[in-house]
Design a protein around this ligand. Structure first.
Ligand SMILES: Cc1cc2nc3c(=O)[nH]c(=O)nc-3n(C[C@H](O)[C@H](O)[C@H](O)COP(=O)(O)OP(=O)(O)OC[C@H]3O[C@@H](n4cnc5c(N)ncnc54)[C@H](O)[C@@H]3O)c2cc1C
Length: 397
């Protein structure tokens, strides 16, 4: 046994790096592993919503490629709805640089970070947890599992399925696309979101300094073709800004979206955070905010609970703060994606509602408030009730 510590963190994406940072700052002895060496590539749109600025305890403007304060929504690349927000909606980052900064902050706070080490086993005991890696065995009071969408810890606890309910696994492709200066300038400070190009999902075009991040995502069980085909169609026939661009670094991945059947964050000494715990917005696929926030809640539960050897406050805090929000996001996803065409026509008639939605992204409002607000609009109320009845019959939700 080489090292003993208070907490072991597996995975150093935004969730693990935040957990390591918060724990080390609070004086805990933390050991954190990642199988990769940083900076490492991560397929991601790299949109860090403005609500992340409210919770991260340090400035990350040094790694921001663009700040977005407007959105262009389209339906199958037509019917443009341009919405200008009064404040920034999101910061665009490259995940290699953003994640590397978070890992550096964890190191500076005092966490012992070991890169290029894969965790391959763990065992809970009455008073501690043993963690196996390809460089030996380690012991801690608690394990924070932050090992991402195909989490080894999740699979070991729950079997090979990625979720309790595979309906909600989202397939996605992300690519970096070259664009001329003119096109890049056209999309400065703006994002494009396209509905209707894929069932139960959307496509995006995000601005980066030197190119565009272009991607598509859709719920696996709803797709009647391969995800690549939807992506190629989106590239070929849609937005002008993509014409003539060259696709680089195209990567497929999964997004483990939250759904109310998701198994709870388990184990007396194991706290799953971020993607490993399926704590991802089921409407947008946004995961960075939820990775950071769930890690902060987990770290708080560890700091407060280590004396009593009780970390259950994490689950309670998640229920109160994040699950309630994500359940409301799921309601919105059901409503929009079950009939995107009708939904799009409705928001064209009430564009003010999109601005209210942007308040959710910036953290000025919540999904719960937004869904309530929608229900108060007569034409949305009708749609909401139709979808609710339909879902009840179909899925028993
Ligand atoms: C194509 C795509 C686009 C996306 N776009 C956005 C977006 O624009 N905005 C947004 O907010 N979210 C987006 N997301 C979601 C977001 O990327 C994730 O929610 C976020 O990365 C979750 O952070 P995490 O720390 O939980 O996991 P990760 O960032 O995946 O980090 C997990 C870490 O664990 C390490 N690891 C895995 N297994 C082991 C092991 N056995 N031992 C040691 N280390 C291990 C990995 O190397 C990795 O570094 C997107 C996702 C995809 C796939």
């Amino acid at each position: 046994m080489s090292i003993e510590c208070d907490a072991i963190v597996v995975g150093l994406g935004p969730a693990g790096a935040t957990a390591a940072y918060e724990l080390a700052r609070s004086g805990q002895k933390v050991l954190a592993f990642d199988k990769e060496k940083f900076p490492r590539y991560k397929p991601c749109g790299g949109a860090v919503s403005a609500k992340v600025n409210r919770i991260l305890k340090f400035d990350f403007s040094g790694v921001v490629e663009d700040v977005v304060d407007a959105a262009i929504f389209t339906y199958r690349s037509k019917r443009n709805l341009f919405i200008q927000n009064d404040t920034p909606i999101a910061s665009m980052v490259m995940r290699d640089r953003f994640d590397n900064l978070l890992v550096d902050m964890a190191k500076k706070a005092g966490a012992v970070v070991m890169e290029g080490i894969r965790v391959s086993g763990f065992k809970e005991d009455i008073s501690c947890i043993y963690v196996e890696t390809d460089r030996g065995k380690f012991r801690a009071r608690v394990l924070i599992a932050a090992d991402g969408a195909s989490s080894f810890v999740w699979r070991t606890l729950y079997g090979t399925d990625l979720g309790a309910d595979l309906r909600e696994t989202v397939l996605t492709i992300e690519s970096e696309m070259s664009a001329d200066r003119n096109s890049l300038e056209k999309l400065r400070n703006k994002i494009i979101i396209d509905f209707g190009c894929i069932p139960w999902g959307y496509a995006w075009i995000f601005p980066k300094k030197e190119y565009l991040s272009v991607g598509i995502a859709g719920v696996k069980s709803r797709l009647d073709r391969g995800i690549k085909e939807y992506f190629n169609d989106f590239l070929k026939c849609y937005h002008d800004i993509l014409k003539g661009g060259e696709v680089r670094n195209q990567k497929g991945w999964i997004i483990p979206e939250f759904n109310s059947n998701t198994k709870r964050i388990a184990g007396r000494r194991i706290l799953l955070v971020g993607d490993a715990g399926h704590i991802v917005d089921p409407f947008t696929g946004e995961g960075i905010y939820y990775a950071v926030r769930s890690a902060q809640l987990a770290a708080r539960a560890v700091v407060d609970g280590i004396g009593k050897d009780d970390f259950s406050a994490y689950e309670t805090d998640l229920e109160k703060e994040l699950y309630a929000e994500l359940s409301a996001a799921q309601k919105l996803a059901d409503m929009v994606y079950s009939n995107p065409k009708v939904w799009y026509s409705l928001v064209e008639a009430e564009p003010g509602l999109i601005k209210k939605y942007l308040d959710v992204i910036t953290g000025n409002s919540s999904y719960r408030e937004f869904v309530q607000e929608i229900k108060s609009y007569p034409r949305f109320k009708l749609l909401f009730n139709v979808v609710k009845g339909w879902l009840k019959g179909l899925m028993g939700r």
